[in-house]
Design a protein around this ligand. Structure first.
Ligand code: AMP
Length: 279
């Protein structure tokens, strides 16, 4: 596996591959790879030249502490990428990416980024948008793989592709991979003790319960949502948001809406976790 750290070298490689009519598949990550990331690697098209990027995006963190403490396991990550026969790891340093950002990258984001995580994490989606746009410009993939765990992010990436890449990058959405107890895998889980992970899995169980409530009788959803928030709060879990929304627009579902998700963000101690399930 090639390891490229310079933006110029990565651009040069992509140019050569495209001249040779090779398609590039991109799997972007922030490292500390787990089985969730591995499912993206597994799904990626083996006929393509497969590039995985590893960049802890400073612009998407609203809390410097959270950025500084983000788990880093680069040696292990390289072993995992090699085991999936990924062709190239793009591992740029912070400065080379940030200095490549121009004023025109600071753009107005669509309305749906004002709610859910966008409401509570100021500038988070702006940071995601700027860096993913930059990665797409450097690597020029024809396909890119993202996890449904970060559902709002996927909608933003679709918007980015339509607005700036003429819809020419195929965004492949991969299912959320969970621990046996239902907790969605996340790099942030490495900050949790086993007891805290078990506690966090209660959130998944409760949103599955709310899914059944919704399917049974939509009108009782809100009443049961309050009950769930109270139950979780009694266990020491602070819910930041718990919403049921149309999954394509992130607006209130219409009565006949068939494409609906439950979205949740919550705190276990100081760790903030997110999840969502389809209904
Ligand atoms: P991250 O390294 O957290 O930025 O994640 C990189 C990619 O992996 C994103 O597209 C995430 O949505 C995806 N991802 C993270 N956790 C999971 C998971 N549990 N299941 C599926 N995809 C995931």
């Amino acid at each position: 596996m090639k390891i490229i750290t310079s933006v110029e070298d990565q651009e040069k490689l992509s140019k050569e591959l495209i001249n040779d009519n090779r398609d590039i598949s991109l799997i972007p990550t922030m490292g500390n790879l787990h089985l969730g990331h591995e499912s993206l690697l597994k799904s990626s098209d083996k006929d393509d030249y497969r590039v995985s990027s590893l960049f802890i995006n400073p612009l998407q963190f609203d809390d410097l502490n959270d950025y500084n403490n983000y788990p880093k396991t680069i040696e292990k990550d390289i072993k995992i990428l090699k085991s999936y026969k990924i062709d190239c790891l793009f591992l740029p340093d912070k400065e080379s990416i940030i200095q490549n950002i121009s004023d025109s990258d600071h753009l107005n984001l669509p309305k749906f980024t004002d709610i859910l995580c966008g409401k509570y994490r100021k500038n988070h989606f702006q940071g995601v948008f700027i860096i993913v746009k930059k990665l797409f410009e450097i690597i020029q993939p024809s396909k890119a793989y993202f996890g449904k765990k970060d559902y709002q992010q996927i909608l933003l990436i679709n918007h980015l592709v339509n607005k700036f890449f003429d819809g020419n990058i195929k965004i492949i959405q991969c299912e959320t991979i969970r621990e046996n107890n239902g907790l969605a895998m996340s790099s942030r889980n490495s900050h949790l003790t086993q007891d805290q992970k078990n506690l966090a899995s209660m959130v998944y169980k409760e949103i599955c319960f709310l899914k059944e409530v919704f399917l049974d009788n939509k009108d009782s959803f809100n009443e049961n949502k309050l009950f769930v928030i109270k139950n979780l709060s009694d266990l020491g879990i602070k819910i930041e948001y718990l919403e049921i929304l149309s999954r394509n627009t992130l607006t209130k579902p219409r009565p006949d809406d068939k494409e609906v998700n439950i979205f949740v963000a919550y705190y276990i101690g100081t760790s903030r976790l997110i999840d969502n399930i389809e209904i």
